[in-house]
Design a protein around this ligand. Structure first.
Ligand SMILES: Nc1nc2c(ncn2[C@@H]2O[C@H](COP(=O)(O)OP(=O)(O)OP(=O)(O)O)[C@@H](O)[C@H]2O)c(=O)[nH]1
Ligand SMILES: [Mg+2]
Length: 470
């Protein structure tokens, strides 16, 4: 029997299948018989079977469906049930209730250029009529910097300066905190509740200089950009200055300030990028020159009335707070990329991510890393990630760190499940407001306070233990 190549076998088989005249079905022809009548020449069929058995199986890399899609998918047929992996079972898995945080965790990322920027911002304030305060929607409370609030919120005469709070990265928060079966998870908040709480909390008279609150994300949220431009116009008209309005965009590092400036300019004036952006904190190092985002008054265009010479935005470097009093907030800020990578060890950040993913019973990492079950063990999690990406090297630690960096980047891009990291209740917001009103501590003062608190905690613990023994 002459040998033919596998490719020729495939061609012959498919050609034969299409060239064989199809019998005209009669009412008595069974459907299965009609389907099987596409005969393949035996010679080609044997070669094809041999080729198929030798060919490496394609790696299954199914796109990870969202919990809602998964919910809608039809149940697998009994044939596929025997080959597909068993469904991920979270019922027998107990996620960690608490994340143990080392006392040596860094609690600050307040750099020299942050302090210098703050001084320059204060000096430039006399021309500024509106502050655009940018916060990351995934950490709406933790990315609230009281230092900015205290330094910039009022004029030298003590008059509150108008503020608009913009929550960015809405697209990276979950559409709803749901279990894989589509039920809300106990203890989680749907983003709509978070938005409602934030809006209610910032209503005047509680916070009397917040003009509006906007929730922005990449892609589909351009109506919010329109809404933001309208709010800015309203402030400009209120001030009604011949020279127009100067806006300062401020916020924590990497919150999306420069991106916001570029988006406003592009949306309103169809002009290209004016500010440099990047996925790491510290991209903007100096106060920018004012960039126009709204055209000046034009007698032929009623939409520009009251805008004077137009509206201009000044970009600023991200400013971190001198000290993060809540250790978990530092982990959240490191996870979202507000703190430079490496300040908090990446394995610790990845461990915190794993803890949070397990709390909401996210199955994405299990599916993506080809794991059989959820885990609370960060090394197991990272080894599975490293195997998946081919980054596993002999010797352990180094490759685990690489894997941790990779896992964190994947989550930041929205590829490993989306999380809202702060609990946004009115109580929590009240506490954050109290904190914002306290005079901000210097790094040394804050350290001293923390040391004292730790000593008191340890003393109390020791006294408790001694008491029990006695
Ligand atoms: N997915 C998503 N990414 C965003 C959004 N806004 C900003 N980004 C990204 O976040 C990263 C940081 O954006 P920047 O605008 O450079 O942040 P910044 O606040 O100016 O940062 P610094 O200048 O370092 O303080 C960039 O990679 C942006 O593409 C958003 O709404 N959604
Ligand atoms: Mg910037």
């Amino acid at each position: 029997m002459p040998r033919i190549s596998p490719r020729a076998a495939v061609n012959a088989a498919s050609k034969a299948a299409y060239e064989i005249p199809q019998p005209i079905p009669t009412p008595s022809t069974p459907i299965s018989a009609m389907i099987n009548q596409r005969a393949i020449p035996q010679e080609a069929s044997e070669e094809l079977a041999a080729f198929r058995s030798k060919a490496p199986k394609p790696k299954p890399e199914p796109p990870t469906p969202s919990p809602r899609q998964r919910h809608r998918q039809p149940p697998p047929s009994s044939a596929s049930q025997s080959t597909s992996p068993p469904p991920i079972d979270f019922t027998s898995f107990i996620p960690r209730e608490k994340f143990e945080i080392s006392t040596s965790l860094p609690r600050s990322y307040f750099l020299g250029h942050h302090n210098a920027a703050l001084t320059r911002m204060r000096q430039a304030l006399s021309n500024v009529g509106l502050i655009l305060e940018v916060r990351d929607f995934r950490v709406p409370i933790s990315s609230w910097n009281p230092l900015l609030e205290q330094s910039l919120s009022s004029t030298s005469a003590g008059v509150p300066r108008s503020r608009i709070i913009v929550y960015t990265k809405r697209d990276l928060a979950p559409p709803g905190q749901m279990s894989p079966h589509g039920h809300p998870l106990p203890g989680t908040q749907p983003p709509s509740n978070v938005i409602r709480n934030l809006k209610n909390f910032h209503q005047p008279p509680k916070v009397n200089n917040v003009k509006s609150m906007i929730f922005l994300g990449m892609g589909v949220h351009s109506t919010s950009l329109q809404e933001l431009l309208k709010s800015i116009k309203d402030v400009a008209r209120e001030i009604d200055s011949l020279t127009g309005l100067r806006v300062m965009v401020v916020g924590m590092p990497n919150a999306g300030k420069s991106t916001l400036l570029n988006r406003l300019r592009s949306h309103s004036l169809h002009l290209g990028k004016a500010a440099k952006t990047g996925a790491q904190p510290g991209v903007t190092r100096k106060l920018g020159t004012p960039v126009r985002i709204l055209a000046g008054e034009d007698s032929n265009d009623p939409d520009t009335y009251g805008l004077g010479e137009g509206v201009f935005i000044v970009d600023t470097p991200g400013v971190f707070m001198p000290y993060v009093s809540e250790p978990e907030a530092m982990l959240k800020l490191a996870l979202v990329g507000c703190v430079k990578d490496g300040i908090v060890p990446s394995v610790t950040v990845a461990d915190y991510l794993l803890y949070r993913l397990n709390q909401v019973r996210s199955t994405t990492y299990i599916e993506r890393f080809g794991m059989r079950a959820p885990t609370n063990d960060v090394h197991q999690f990272l080894r599975a990630a490293a195997k998946r990406t081919g980054k596993l090297r002999r010797g352990g630690d180094e490759s685990l760190e690489h894997a941790a960096d990779w896992v964190i980047q994947q989550w930041r891009r929205g590829n490993l499940g989306r999380l809202l990291l702060d609990e946004v209740t009115l109580k929590k917001l009240d506490e954050a407001m109290q904190l914002a009103r306290e005079p901000s501590l210097s790094m040394n003062q804050a350290r001293k306070r923390e040391k004292l608190a730790r000593k008191e905690r340890n003393d109390a613990k020791r006294a408790g233990v001694t008491g029990e023994v006695a």
